[in-house]
Design a protein around this ligand. Structure first.
Ligand SMILES: [Zn+2]
Ligand SMILES: [Zn+2]
Length: 314
C-alpha cells in the first residue's frame, strides 16, 4: 500500500454508519475498529434517529440514551487508536423540527447527517420513495398521473427546508445522499437529469446548502445500489466544487466491513470533479482540510489494481 494512499485515508473519516442499534449489522465497536484498521482518521456512528411514528429501521426513542452511552464507552475504549464521534442520521419531515430539537439537541450529539427519506403532502401518511422501485412507480402513478417531476421537486424543496431548519442548531451537519431521489432513475428512465427544470432545482438546493454553511457527503453506497453510482452524481459534485461547498466521504455502512467501501474510487472522484477540500470533525465543528497535499497535488496516483481495491473494500 503506497504512502500517498495512507495519507488521504488518514484525512478521511467514516461518519455515516448504521449499527445494530438501527437497521445495521454489528456493534459500534466493530465499526470503529474496522475504520481504524482501514487507516481512517476518525469514525462516527450515525444511527437512524427516532421518529414519532412506527418505523422498522429507526432507533426507538427509548434506546437513544443507551446508544449515546455505548458510543462514549467505545470512545474511551479506543482512545489513542481512533477518535469516535456521536452522530445521528435525521429523517427530515416538515413539522418535526421541534421534536428533533427537543430530543436530539438536548443530548449533545457531535454531528448530524441530514437526510430526506420521506415524501408526501403534510397531513397525509409519509411515503418512503426509497423503499422499492415498485412503490416509487405506484406512488407517482397514483399521486401525479405517472409524472415523476412533482415528486422530484417535492424532494428537493424538502431538502431546502431541511437545511434551513437545521442550520440554526449550530451542530456540524452534512446532507445525506443528496440526490437519492434518483435511486431508481438509471438511464434517466423516470426523469431527465439534463433538463432545465432539474438543473434549476438542484442549483437552488445547492445554493440553500451553501448559505446554510452545511457540507455534502459523497455517499459511496450508491455504487452497490440500482443507480450504480454514488450520491450525489459527479455532475452535482462538480457544482459543489464550484460553489466551494465542503465535502466528506461516507460509506453509509450497514456492516463493519463496509465502513470504507468505495473510498478509493470516491476519493478519486472528488479530485476529478475539482473538490480540493474535505471536512473532518474537530472540537465541536468541522475543520476544512486541503486534499492537494504533496502526494495528491500532482497527477492522480495510478488506479489501484482490482486486488488492492478488494483488499481495501472487503
Ligand atoms: Zn439515509
Ligand atoms: Zn444512512
Amino acid at each position: 500500500m503506497s504512502s500517498s494512499h495512507r495519507d488521504w485515508r488518514s484525512l478521511s473519516s467514516s461518519l455515516h454508519t448504521h449499527s445494530e442499534f438501527c437497521d445495521g449489522h454489528g456493534r459500534i465497536e466493530e465499526y470503529a475498529r474496522a475504520a481504524a484498521q482501514a487507516g481512517l482518521g476518525a469514525f462516527g456512528a450515525s444511527g437512524h434517529a427516532p421518529l414519532p411514528f412506527a418505523c422498522d429501521y429507526a432507533m426507538p426513542l427509548a434506546v437513544l440514551d443507551t446508544y449515546r452511552a455505548e458510543i462514549a464507552r467505545v470512545r474511551d475504549e479506543l482512545e489513542g487508536t481512533i477518535p469516535v464521534y456521536a452522530g445521528l442520521e435525521l429523517d427530515y419531515l416538515p413539522g418535526l423540527a421541534d421534536f428533533y430539537a427537543r430530543e436530539f439537541l438536548t443530548r449533545r450529539f457531535d454531528y448530524f447527517v441530514a437526510s430526506v427519506h420521506y415524501l408526501g403532502e403534510p397531513g397525509t401518511d409519509p411515503w418512503a420513495y426509497d423503499e422499492s422501485e415498485e412503490r416509487f412507480v405506484h406512488e407517482i402513478t397514483v399521486r401525479h398521473g405517472g409524472d415523476a417531476r412533482p415528486a422530484v421537486e417535492d424532494y428537493y424543496r424538502r431538502v431546502q427546508r431541511m437545511v434551513q431548519d437545521v442550520a440554526p442548531w449550530d451542530v456540524p451537519t452534512f446532507v445525506g445522499h443528496l440526490d437519492r431521489i434518483a435511486l431508481w432513475n438509471r438511464d434517466d428512465r423516470y426523469f431527465p437529469t439534463d433538463s432545465q427544470w432539474y438543473r434549476q432545482i438542484v442549483d437552488d438546493t445547492l445554493d440553500a446548502i451553501r448559505r446554510a454553511g452545511l457540507a455534502v457527503e459523497l455517499n459511496t453506497s450508491g455504487w452497490w445500489k440500482p443507480i450504480g453510482r454514488p450520491n450525489p452524481s459527479a455532475a452535482i459534485l462538480e457544482r459543489c466544487a464550484l460553489l466551494r461547498i465542503p465535502s466528506i466521504l461516507s460509506a453509509d455502512a450497514h456492516r463493519p466491513e463496509h465502513v470504507a467501501r468505495g473510498f478509493d474510487r470516491g476519493f478519486r472522484l472528488l479530485l476529478d470533479v475539482g473538490i480540493r477540500e474535505m471536512i473532518v470533525p474537530s472540537n465541536g465543528g468541522w475543520q476544512r482540510v486541503p486534499l492537494a497535499t504533496k502526494e495528491t497535488s500532482g497527477p492522480l496516483a495510478p488506479r489501484p489494481s482490482p486486488a488492492e481495491e478488494s483488499q481495501w473494500n472487503p
